[in-house]
Design a protein around this ligand. Sequence first.
Ligand code: SAM
Length: 283
Amino acid sequence: MVVAGTLYIVPTPIGNLGDISARALEVLGAVDAIAAEDTRTTARLLQHFGLHKPLIALHDHNEKQRGALLVERLQRGESLALVSEAGTPLISDPGYSLVAQCHQAGCRVLPLPGPCAAVAALSAAGLPTDRFVFEGFLPARSSARRSQLQGLLRETRTLVFYESPRRVMECLADLQAVFGRERPAALAKELTKIHEAVISGTLATLEQWLQDDSQRQQGEFVLMVAGAPALDEAASSEAEGQRLLALLIDELPLKKAAAVAASFTGAGRNALYQYGLSLRQGE
Ligand code: SAM
């Protein structure tokens, strides 16, 4: 059933309770205690499946200290499970510090496969999945968000973002400002729930789809953006130069920023200067 002294990482449903696995229930029923991001949500989940277990609150603010106590329990031979509010622990959720502490202390950590919004969304998005980059949540402030996106401008792998309903429209606006309206993209919302939808198109068509009915802007979202096409060497240094310039432009006068970006990347200084002017006009 479960092995003594082991921490099990147990994914839980992201909406539909039918997605809990038989093994997840077996492990949750067999461990000595469950560390949970949100003990109320987990208590409800356990109750639904007729399970009763001691719960230990483990969230970003107490993870370091609590982690040490949990490691002691594992070292005494207890078996524990870690769950988050929904989906796979550690994926934009707490658990990293605990798992790292377990490895440092020589405790065994075993994962159960199960629900994860990013993987579920990707599998239905119609975008390349052979290589992808999980970016989690973008910064809340638009300027920080845009500068992070600028850093991803030449990324050729499919990009995956988590987003809340509060910011999904703003985020789509920034994605279009940086990657262009026509970049292929997909969104997955409310996966496994009543209003679930997976829409594939371009960044502009996704925005349109959300604007057509404000109800569609409610719920939980995964946004996915196709990677940039691979470039030849000249185009690649130009793109690198633009990327660096976009990062430097807030820190240095434009002329200096263009010169630094040109000498680091081999891109043309004048072309970068002109690009910098266009960025400033767009602000
Ligand atoms: N650990 C979770 C996982 O494995 O997917 C993610 C937790 S993160 C705090 C919550 C974010 O995941 C939401 O803001 C949304 O971006 C995404 N998400 C969670 N459930 C979802 C669902 N049912 N449909 C679409 N996105 C979802």
